[in-house]
Design a protein around this ligand. Structure first.
Ligand code: NAI
Length: 374
């Protein structure tokens, strides 16, 4: 197949590598020559490392490299069978691009967006043939993260999502189906991991190191504050704000002022050398409190909110139970799927924990989902 990728930033470059690795010819397009040069140089470095580690032969690396063509001319997309767009996260810019693309590509060409937060239905509406448009949402870094969310728009033809699922499986990815709703699966269900941790911190219940340690006690590889520092506080805040407004200001998704201030200060996390933690080795990292009771209370509260969110998504038909669990384990490395975890803890216990939170706070944020009530 010939695959077109538009936008040669972090995501587009990674997706191009994935497609080429599976034997496809790839055209990678960007409006900026510097971005294409950077992408090409980045791939060369990656390939050298893969060959050094023995994960790829020199011959395979050379073939992979040769399969990717770089271009600033959108017309090069003409012969593609599938195009995946990974440009700036802006609805109007994406709509213009999709409308322009249709004038270049064949009738059969499938058009996909890698958007994290925009409506696939709105993007599809810019096309003459919206039935060929869908969301194919990779996770960062695309070559390493197995999960891909497939999101049909309202207008997408019935058979297209299944066809893309088979294709992505042949690329060694783990695809799940998600309804076209804000945050799809992962960016919706994961919100309490950050939001509830921030709330606990703001209430002064514990410091960041203790909250992180509490979640690691449960088997999470990173705590919420460590993960926000890795993702970037600006990026994480923008996703939260976008989900919050797209959900008509449902209090469960309310962004945190703490995170807003961190972003305003430029304390973005690892990439800026300072976030919740310091990354210039000048100060010793803060130590978590060795208080098992406190840590259990924190982890139980965050996990309960996550399970409530997952059961709400299940109730609202955002995805199947199986896909919800696959998404969280393969997209963000959760130690267990939340639907399964809820069953293990017992739904009645989860309901009781939600009821306790609600009775204490009397806030809509802590309402128990109908999905959890069974
Ligand atoms: P990026 O900023 O690294 O790259 C975007 C690239 O698109 C830039 O090189 C830019 O020059 C190019 N571009 C902008 N407008 C263009 C146009 N009209 N035509 C052609 N090229 C254009 O962005 P990143 O992080 O790769 O994100 C791209 C998309 O993927 C966004 O929609 C984002 O929401 C989504 N996404 C991002 C993830 C992440 O963790 N960074 C994860 C999953 C999805």
């Amino acid at each position: 197949m010939k695959i077109g990728i538009i936008g040669s930033g972090a995501m587009g470059s990674g997706i191009a590598q994935v497609a080429a690795q599976s034997g496809n010819d790839v055209v990678l397009c960007d409006t900026r020559t510097e971005a294409l040069d950077k992408s090409k140089a980045g791939l060369s470095q990656t390939l050298i490392k893969l060959v050094e580690k023995g994960k790829l032969t020199q011959e395979a690396a050379t073939q992979l490299d040769n399969r990717i063509q770089y271009s600033i001319d959108l017309k090069e997309m003409a012969g593609c069978d599938l195009i995946i767009e990974a440009i700036v996260e802006n609805l109007e810019v994406k709509k213009t691009l999709f409308a322009n693309l249709e004038a270049i590509v064949s009738e059969q060409c499938i058009l996909a967006s890698n958007t994290s937060s925009l409506s696939i239905t709105a993007i599809a509406s810019s096309c003459q043939k919206p039935e060929r448009v869908l969301g194919i949402h990779f996770f960062n870094p695309a070559p390493l993260m197995p999960l891909v969310e497939i999101i049909p728009a309202l207008q997408t033809s019935i058979e297209l999502p299944e066809k893309i699922k088979v294709l992505l499986e042949s690329w060694n990815k783990v695809p799940v189906m998600a309804k076209d709703t804000p945050g799809f699966i992962v960016n919706r269900v994961a919100r309490p991991f950050y939001g509830e941790a921030l709330r606990i911190f703001e209430e002064g219940i514990a410091d960041i190191a203790t909250i992180d340690a509490a979640m690691k006690d449960l088997g999470f590889k990173m705590g919420p504050f460590e993960l926000m520092d890795l993702i970037g506080n600006d990026v994480n805040y923008a996703v939260t704000e976008s989900v919050f407004s797209a959900m008509y200001f449902d209090q469960r998704y309310r962004p945190s002022i703490t995170q807003k201030r961190m972003t305003e200060a430029g304390w973005l996390g690892r990439k800026s050398g300072r976030g919740y933690y310091g990354y210039n080795n000048q100060t010793a990292p803060p130590q978590p409190q060795d208080n098992p009771q406190l840590r259990a209370a924190i982890s139980n509260r965050i996990l309960t909110m996550l399970i409530n969110e997952a059961y709400d998504a299940l109730y609202l038909g955002i995805a199947s139970a199986e896909d919800l669990d696959t998404a969280m384990t393969k997209g963000v490395n959760y130690p267990k799927g939340l639907i399964e975890w809820g069953k293990e803890i017992g739904l009645e216990n989860c309901r009781n924990s939600m009821a306790e939170l609600y009775s204490f706070y009397q806030e809509d944020r802590y309402r128990c989902s109908v999905g959890l009530r069974g």
